[in-house]
Design a protein around this ligand. Structure first.
Ligand code: PLP
Length: 362
């Protein structure tokens, strides 16, 4: 049988290894000059036009962002249910309540109409997710937020370099979080980067990251230790020099698939949107699980389901709410390999396997 095609594959090169070695030799491992440089380079690289704060995970980044924005017990934050649990978890960890709104069928991201319908007098913010690397409908969401005097935060964990009508994701919300977990479009090992729209949000992010201290032993608020190490930052800095090439390769791989797949719906791209294809997600309306199993067992091709269980049905949340597009996406979504390590032969194998399975199932 042909070699296994994995659904994702982190790329770590000699430059990353050398960067780690450089930090190890310096003997200074904790948050220091590498983190500071990484923060500045990240903001510059993605054209965010605002300061960035590095943390030890994307989830920490969301949590600190929410704390910095003043989200507190009793508040409600509107989030999609069709996302990774970190989105809702971070809201719940502040003591606030995640309120789940439905997604749009065309981009798997929050539906502005559904968001507006979910607003109550406790709602303080909307936190869209740029799922799979496609920007959420930010212009409409910002409009809803302005109308109801709400804040907007971004979960950009999967969307490094994505943009909407020329504005990069991460430049819309009061804060935005990018994950640097190994399977994301770039990595620092573990890590997260948070952009801040204003100096006060940035200051609070830095305080909460470090026990509430700006000045050593003069703690201003109750904080955490969510600092990034210089080892991780050094890896991230190298990856930053490579991520544009990888994104271009992801987009070329996606185009290769989209022009050749038959009998399945390729991922749509909105007008004015730049999609960075963290995932390439098709819909398989009939027996998605059987389809994935056949891909794996008959064709040796891995795939992913992001996400088969909507957050509102997870044990910690268990909310009785009807989200028809979320339910449909959870049952149909199937992410095919699109990562930059795929060869043209791999892509052709994926196309012929998917097309033959789609034909057999039709
Ligand atoms: C990965 C991810 C996170 C969490 O990031 P970590 O770095 O793994 O903590 C949050 N939200 C979404 C949508 C993600 O994909």
């Amino acid at each position: 049988m042909n070699d296994f095609i994995p659904p994702a594959k982190p790329i770590i090169g000699d430059e990353e290894r050398a960067a780690v070695d450089r930090v190890m030799r310096s003997g200074m491992l904790a948050q220091g000059p590498e983190v500071k440089a990484f923060e500045e380079e990240f903001a510059e690289h993605f054209g965010l036009g605002r300061a960035c704060v590095a943390v030890n995970s994307g989830t920490s980044g969301l949590h600190l962002g929410l704390l910095a924005a003043g989200v507190k017990p009793g508040d409600e934050v509107i989030v999609p249910s069709f996302t990774f649990a970190a989105t809702a978890n971070s809201v719940a960890l502040t003591g606030a309540t995640p309120v789940f709104a439905d997604i749009s069928a065309d981009d798997f991201c929050l539906d502005p109409g559904a968001v507006e319908a979910a607003i109550t007098d406790k709602t303080v913010a909307i936190m869209p997710v740029h799922l799979y690397g496609h920007p959420a409908k930010m212009e409409e969401l910002l409009q809803v937020a302005r109308k109801h005097d709400l804040k907007v935060f971004e979960d950009a964990a999967q969307a490094h370099g994505a943009s909407l009508n020329g504005t990069p994701v991460g430049a819309f919300g009061q804060f935005a979080m990018f994950s640097l977990y190994p399977t994301k479009n770039m990595t620092s090992g573990e890590g997260g980067m948070v952009s801040a729209a204003d100096p006060e949000t940035e200051r609070l992010l830095r305080l909460y990251r470090n026990q509430g201290m700006q000045q050593q032993y003069h703690n201003e608020v109750v904080g955490l230790n969510n600092r990034m190490t210089d080892i991780h930052a050094a890896i991230g800095r190298v990856q930053l020099t490579k991520v544009d090439g990888w994104t271009k390769q992801r987009q070329e791989n996606a185009a290769h698939l989209s022009t050749r797949l038959e009998g399945v719906t390729p991922p749509p791209v909105a007008n004015g949107a730049v999609h960075v294809y963290h995932q390439y997600t098709i819909r398989v309306p009939h027996d998605r699980d059987g389809f994935a199993k056949a891909l794996r067992e008959e064709h040796n091709i891995g795939s992913g389901m992001f996400y088969p269980v909507p957050n509102h049905q997870l044990k910690p949340f268990q909310v009785d709410v009807d989200l028809p597009e979320t339910a449909k996406a959870a049952a149909e979504c199937l992410s095919l390999p699109v990562h930059p390590s795929l060869s043209e032969a791999d892509l052709d194998r994926i196309v012929s396997a998917v097309n033959s399975l789609a034909k057999a199932g039709a």
